[in-house]
Design a protein around this ligand. Structure first.
Ligand code: PML
Ligand code: MG
Length: 261
C-alpha cells in the first residue's frame, strides 16, 4: 500500500499559529483527508487563517514503526493542585527523585512551540533550539473504527495526545512525558510512561488558563541523545488503537463540573 504523510498548519497575522494537525494515510484516502484537514484549519475557533500550509510526503511502508497504544487509566481530580500531586506521586514511583524540581521546570515549556526535552537526573535542558523545542511528529493512529479515524476534522485532544505519548515514551531513553493542554477550556492533562501507561488526570490546571506545555524526560548517555531526537522528530509511527479503548470525554465532563461551582 502507498502511504502518505499530510501535515496541516494554519496561521494568521493577528493570532500567529491557529491550528496544526497531521495524518498518515493511504493514497486512496489522500483527497478525503486533505479536505478534512483544510476544513479543520478554516473552521478553527481561534480565527480565520490567512495562510494554510498542507505538506504531503510519500512514506516508504518499511520505514513505519507499528506500536500498540499505551494502556489508558484515569485519575479523577477536582483541582490543579490535586492534579499536580498525582503527577508528583507518579514521578516518584518512576524513581525520579527531583519530582518537585521537574514540575517547576515544566512551566518553562509553556512559552515554547514544541516540547522541552529534559534530562531526568541532571535536569539539564537538551533541546538544540530552546524556543522551538522538540516537535514530535510523523505519527498517526491505525484503527478500524471509522468514527474515531474521521475525527480529524475537529481536534480530539485525547486521541491525538495518546498517539503522541505512545510514540514518545516508546523510545528506550524516554522515561515519561508530562502534558497540560494550552487550550483554555481543556483542563485534563496526563503523565505517560512505559511503566504506568497513559494516566489521564482530569484537572491539571485552572479552567480558563492558556498555559500549557509538554516535557519529555530523557534518561541516558550523551551519545544516545541524537538518536532520541531523530526518533521523536522523524521516525514514522502508526499507533494501533483498540476498538474498545475510551474515546476521551472526561475533560468536557470536568469542564461542566467546574462551571457549576
Ligand atoms: C493538547 O492540547 O494538545 C494536549 C491534549 C491533552 C489531552 C489529555 C487527555 O484528554 O487525555
Ligand atoms: Mg493547543
Amino acid at each position: 500500500m502507498s502511504r502518505y504523510s499530510i501535515k496541516m498548519q494554519a496561521s494568521n497575522k493577528e493570532e500567529g499559529h491557529i491550528s496544526g494537525a497531521e495524518k498518515i494515510i493511504s493514497e486512496e484516502e489522500l483527497e478525503q483527508y486533505c479536505s478534512r484537514l483544510l476544513m479543520r484549519a478554516l473552521k478553527h475557533g481561534k480565527g480565520k487563517p490567512d495562510f494554510i500550509n498542507l505538506k504531503i510526503e510519500a512514506i516508504i511502508e518499511e520505514e513505519i514503526l507499528h506500536i500498540p497504544a499505551l494502556p489508558v487509566s484515569t485519575v479523577e481530580t477536582v483541582s490543579a493542585s490535586e492534579g499536580r500531586k498525582v503527577v508528583l506521586a507518579y514521578l516518584r514511583k518512576l524513581g525520579l527523585g527531583q519530582a518537585e524540581e521537574i514540575l517547576a521546570i515544566w512551566e518553562q515549556s509553556y512559552a515554547m512551540r514544541g516540547a522541552m526535552l529534559l534530562d531526568a537526573d541532571t535536569l539539564q535542558r537538551l533541546e538544540p533550539d530552546r524556543e522551538r523545542g522538540i516537535r514530535a511528529t510523523y505519527m498517526d493512529m491505525e484503527t478500524d473504527d471509522e468514527a474515531r479515524k474521521s475525527s480529524c476534522e475537529g481536534k480530539n485532544h485525547f486521541n491525538e495526545a495518546l498517539v503522541l505519548a505512545t510514540k514518545v515514551v516508546s523510545h528506550p531513553n524516554i522515561v515519561a512525558e508530562l502534558c497540560i493542554s494550552d487550550d483554555p477550556d481543556y483542563v485534563t492533562g496526563y503523565i505517560a510512561s512505559k511503566e504506568f501507561g497513559y494516566v489521564r488526570i482530569t484537572t491539571l490546571k485552572e479552567m480558563g488558563s492558556p498555559q500549557g506545555g509538554r516535557v519529555f524526560l530523557f534518561r541516558g548517555e550523551e551519545g544516545e541523545l541524537e538518536d532520541c531526537i531523530r526518533y521523536l522528530q522523524q521516525q514514522k509511527v502508526l499507533v494501533h488503537m483498540d476498538r474498545n479503548m475510551e474515546t476521551g470525554s472526561c475533560s468536557e465532563k470536568t469542564a461542566v463540573q467546574m462551571d457549576e461551582k
